[in-house]
Ligand binder design. Structure first.
Ligand code: PMP
Length: 435
């Protein structure tokens, strides 16, 4: 056990004085982090933590190949995509190779929010329709449009009352705590969707797109019911609407067995949005779609992002993919992820406060409940657990509408030893909290 942390420091007060406080920080008394290495973070006292939450830093903190790529590209050239240079071509070709057929065209932006915003604009423009369907409890970003399709009350307590007219929320397809439960519950969710679609049609509304994460990341990595997305996509296509898979959180090799989340549901979307993992922390995002969807957007004028697709961003994006390949990180996500999930499930067998274990690869969730039969969310326990785990050298945070699901999404280089360290620490804390 590490020694207790000092009170929030003067630096924290200075942060609160100049940085909008609505941009929260983890923990009431957060450690002041000074450096990162692989899946470890080290604070100013030299204490080291296993970073179990950082799904942006896919290839790990402080990777020397990223540092070198950034240094050398900055020294050589950094400009914008109106100029012609090789890095952009190499990166977009690589993304197209990774994307499922027939997605063959890439837009490069700087974040997940920008990618979602652009995807929505593409769909509205391509279809000429007026309504976007989005699942409840989702988070897709902070811009006007990305926020409009986000309805997670954990991220915005007023979300359900304040969605604009062009957004229609559908039931959250959460097979564990949703309206219908079990992996075979897709027909019930789809029957609800059919009713929604009839109501929309009766109101004269036309559907431009359906947007959802292919694995419910915001709920803690909950797999969608079997056949849910294929049922939804079929209904969308019958109406000429586009299917957007928001892969910002869950994809890019994190699921281990799958590079894309949609593979888990056996579907191919019309538009993929990605970000986070792509740049390992460097601002990078992309929309991957079909050529005809991208071309139709020309009716709304040319598209340009000043830093999106810069030589620097493309070089970093390529380096991330090279490292993932050279270090076998997708395989590591599968092997270490499976081990971790089994360990979490074993803890679930022993401790009543563990209501469910979600996810696959290195996108896992542990739902904490105060009553297993009722599945009552144990929000305070989750918060306490995170504080106690910090003292044992593990950084993890809660997610979901009740903030009671530990989201476990470490860098993909997580070692077996660190996975075991985390399991051991969690076992200790669960034991203490249950006595
Ligand atoms: N979509 C999803 C599914 C996300 O999880 C997030 C970020 N948490 C976003 C979009 C927005 O990405 P960014 O923070 O890069 O704007």
């Amino acid at each position: 056990i590490l020694r207790p942390l000092a009170d929030p420091t003067a630096l924290l007060q200075r942060r609160d004085a100049s940085f909008a406080r609505v941009q929260e920080h983890y923990y009431q008394a957060p450690p002041q982090i000074e450096r990162g290495w692989k899946h470890h973070l080290i604070d100013i006292h030299g204490q080291s933590y296993v970073d179990m939450v950082n799904n942006v830093t896919t290839v790990g903190h402080g990777h020397p190949r990223i540092a070198e790529a950034a240094r050398s590209q900055w020294s050589l050239l950094n400009t914008n995509s109106r100029f012609h240079y090789e890095e952009l071509v190499r990166f977009t070709e690589r993304l197209v190779e990774l994307a499922p057929d027939p997605l063959d065209t890439v837009f490069l932006v700087n974040s997940g929010t920008e990618a979602v915003d652009l995807a929505l604009r593409l769909a509205l423009s391509y279809t000429g329709n007026d309504t976007v369907l989005s699942v409840r409890e989702a988070y897709h970003g902070w811009s006007m449009a990305a926020d409009a399709v986000s309805s997670s009350v954990a991220d915005n307590p007023r979300a359900l009352e304040t969605r604009p007219d062009w957004v229609h929320l559908v039931e959250a397809p959460n097979a564990v705590r949703g309206k219908y439960r079990g992996m075979q519950s897709a027909p019930q969710y789809l029957a609800d969707l059919d009713r929604d679609l009839q109501t929309l049609a009766a109101d004269g509304r036309t559907v431009a797109a359906f947007i959802a994460e292919p694995v419910f990341g915001n709920a803690g990595g909950v797999l969608l019911p079997d056949g849910y997305l294929s049922g939804v996509y079929e209904r969308m296509r019958a109406r000429g609407a586009l299917c957007i898979a928001d892969e910002v959180q869950v994809s890019y090799a994190r699921l281990g067995r799958h590079f894309w989340g949609t593979e888990q549901q056996n579907v191919v979307p019309d538009i993929i949005t990605i970000a986070k993992a792509m740049g390992n922390g460097h601002p990078l995002g992309a929309v991957i779609t079909r050529r005809d969807v991208a071309e139709r957007f020309a009716d709304d004028g040319p598209f340009f992002s000043s830093a999106g697709g810069s030589p620097l961003s493309c070089r970093i994006g390529l380096t991330v993919l090279d490292i993932m390949r050279d270090e076998g990180l997708q395989e590591n996500a599968e092997v270490v992820g499976r081990h971790l999930k089994q360990g979490l499930e074993r803890l679930g067998d022993r401790f009543d406060s563990v209501g469910a274990v979600y996810g696959m690869g290195l996108y896992l969730g542990v739902e904490l409940v105060s009553d297993r039969a009722e599945f009552t969310p144990a929000t305070a326990v989750a918060a306490r657990l995170c504080d106690e785990l910090l003292l044992r050298g593990c950084i993890v945070q809660p997610t979901g509408d009740f903030k009671n699901v530990l989201k476990i999404k470490p860098p993909l280089c997580l070692s077996m030893a660190s996975a075991d360290h985390f399991l051991h620490a969690l076992e200790g804390v669960l034991g203490e909290l249950s006595t």
